[in-house]
Design a protein around this ligand. Structure first.
Ligand SMILES: [Fe+2]
Ligand SMILES: [Fe+2]
Length: 158
């Protein structure tokens, strides 16, 4: 997981995580910091194992760790966060030893992680893991959350 640890120590990654943490101070809904990124990475890998994909572990982790890095820009200037995350990931990934074909797979997964657009296998796993990472059943802001009631995680999927 050498390449993953390069992401974690990348200045752009650290800056994005810190900016998002600042912007989300006092937020009552889901947060988009390092904990969410790591949860999404681990769940994505579990899904990949269960589904028997041939996706490489560090490709899965890279996509999940980077998928919400642009969140702070959405708060600042309204840029859809998946677009901002793609821009940030496109800067970070080449510096961490990822190859061009891997980078385009990861960027495409990040770009489509929010909605039911056409996605590659990695994107489908990322979208599912992103949702599963949220513990709606334990959330005190659930009654005013914009998630549809039938999409909320009212238990742990296992
Ligand atoms: Fe997101
Ligand atoms: Fe997310």
């Amino acid at each position: 997981m050498e390449r993953i640890n390069k992401i974690l120590s990348s200045p752009q990654f650290i800056r994005a995580i810190n900016e998002t943490k600042k912007a989300e101070q006092g937020r009552i809904y889901c947060l988009h910091g390092l904990e969410h990124a790591a949860d999404t990475a681990r769940i994505s890998y579990i899904l990949s194992l269960e589904e028997g994909t041939e996706l490489k572990k560090d490709i899965i982790y890279a996509a999940a760790l980077l998928h919400d890095t642009g969140r702070f820009r959405q708060y600042a200037d309204g840029t859809p966060h998946q677009k901002a995350s793609v821009e940030i990931a496109a800067e970070i990934l080449p510096q961490c030893g990822f190859y061009d074909n891997e980078i385009s797979e990861i960027l495409s997964a990040i770009d489509t992680h929010r909605h039911g657009e056409t996605k590659n296998k990695l994107g489908k796993i990322l979208q599912k893991a992103d949702n599963l990472s949220r513990l709606c059943f334990d959330c005190s802001a659930r009654s005013t959350c914009k998630w549809k009631e039938n999409e909320m995680n009212m238990g742990l999927e296992y």
